[in-house]
Design a protein around this ligand. Structure first.
Ligand code: EPU
Length: 351
């Protein structure tokens, strides 16, 4: 029987369906669920987790907007959803502005806010689903820009000690869809806010081929940050399914990064493979191309499948299960490995 426990400032609910809390829209339940709307509530919850025998030793999962997670079964511990809000300017120079944004803010709303003020730096990251607090965890990136490009620092609270810590850019160990919060510090900190630096005189970034092509088609020769944002929104809307309509978590796999010798081997099997240089010795290969050339694009198995417009995106047509998506992902990995000798790594966090 579901019931709720009020404890000081926190409401802990039991047996809560997570269907509306993550973008794959899979119907799994959390044994305990707690939404956090203030730092006081967070401290109160952490104290409870440490001292109350009900919650001690339970697995904890920190949920933002649930746009990069696949639940394959009910979660037996406590899901903490971060609902901390607030965007404010905390510093300013002639050229730049420093913004503090709370972890529970919606990422795209932060992008829209910066556009309204005329500040540039994150317009290429328009329409990425997810919360501000999740942005550093997987170092979100799109159309030639990564979150780490504008990042200054973040504040996080240790789940173990309740202590507050500041993480600099170096501390976060950012990489391609990577940070220390995905490995050494996984599930150990709750990110409360981030500081980012935006530009008052923005220089737009049009390096990404699809973006350049779109602007040329629209005859935009001197794009503003608003043009870039609109272009990114149009491209995304054409290629990526809206999670409100079709369950998905964006790219399911990372684009593999190969050293030149590996890439040369791949080219022997796939001479036309789409790829981008990373540095002198590394090449990033389009995983979507590999998946498409194994015949997966648009394939549907029961109520799950591979998106028709973007083979890197796995979708839930409605009643799909996490197990079915996981099995599909595994079949894709096997066929890409058999055909191209490349191992795809999931980008999505699988629970
Ligand atoms: N392509 C195919 N088949 C497809 C789709 C694409 O062959 O079904 C080829 C196209 O030739 C295209 C190339 O793959 O030129 C790259 O495709 P796209 O520009 O759509 O980007 P992506 O590499 O598939 C990455 C990110 C996306 C991000 C876009 C744009 C990863 C894992 N994914 O996708 O991020 O929006 O670039 O920058 O790096 C996400 O992380 O969830 C995400 C959506």
């Amino acid at each position: 029987m579901p019931h709720s426990l009020y404890n000081k400032m926190v409401l802990i609910e039991e047996y809560v369906s997570l269907k509306k809390y993550h973008t794959f829209g899979i119907d799994v339940a959390a044994r305990y669920f707690c939404e956090i709307k203030s730092l006081e509530a967070l401290y109160s919850l952490l104290n409870l987790l440490k001292t109350d025998h009900h919650y001690q030793h339970l697995p904890v999962f920190i949920l933002g907007a649930g746009s990069n997670v696949l639940f394959t079964e009910d979660f037996k511990g406590i899901v903490i959803q971060i609902g901390l809000k607030g965007i404010r300017i905390i510093d300013e120079t002639k050229e730049t502005i420093t913004v503090e944004a709370a972890a529970g803010e919606n990422w795209h709303q932060l992008v829209l806010w910066s556009l309204e003020q005329g500040y540039g730096g994150i317009e290429n990251l328009s329409l990425i689903p997810g919360s501000v607090g999740a942005a550093p965890v997987q170092n979100i990136g799109a159309y030639g820009v990564e979150f780490s490009d504008c990042f200054l620092q973040l504040t996080a609270i240790s789940l173990k000690t309740g202590g507050k810590a500041i993480f600099s850019k170096k501390d976060c160990e950012f990489g391609y869809r990577h940070s220390i919060f995905k490995t050494a510090l996984k599930n150990q900190y709750i990110i409360c806010d981030v500081h980012i630096q935006l530009s008052k005189n923005p220089k737009v970034n049009t390096h990404y081929p699809a973006l350049r092509q779109y602007l040329a088609e629209q005859s935009v020769t001197q794009p503003t940050i608003h043009d870039i944002s609109n272009a990114v929104i149009s491209i995304r809307q054409k290629k990526l399914p809206d999670p409100a309509i079709l369950g998905n978590a964006g790219s399911f796999f990372k684009n593999p990064e190969l050293v030149l010798s590996e890439f040369t081997q791949l080219q022997q099997r796939a001479s036309h493979v789409v790829h981008f240089p990373v540095d002198n010795n590394t090449v990033k290969v389009a995983a979507a191309w590999l998946i498409e050339h194994c015949g997966w694009r648009g394939k549907r198995i029961g109520d799950v499948g591979v998106h028709t417009e973007q083979s890197l995106v796995l979708v839930n047509y409605g009643q799909g299960t996490g197990q079915a998506i996981k099995a599909l992902a595994s079949d894709i990995q096997t066929s890409v490995f058999e055909k191209f000798g490349i191992r795809l790594t999931p980008e999505v966090c699988i629970l």
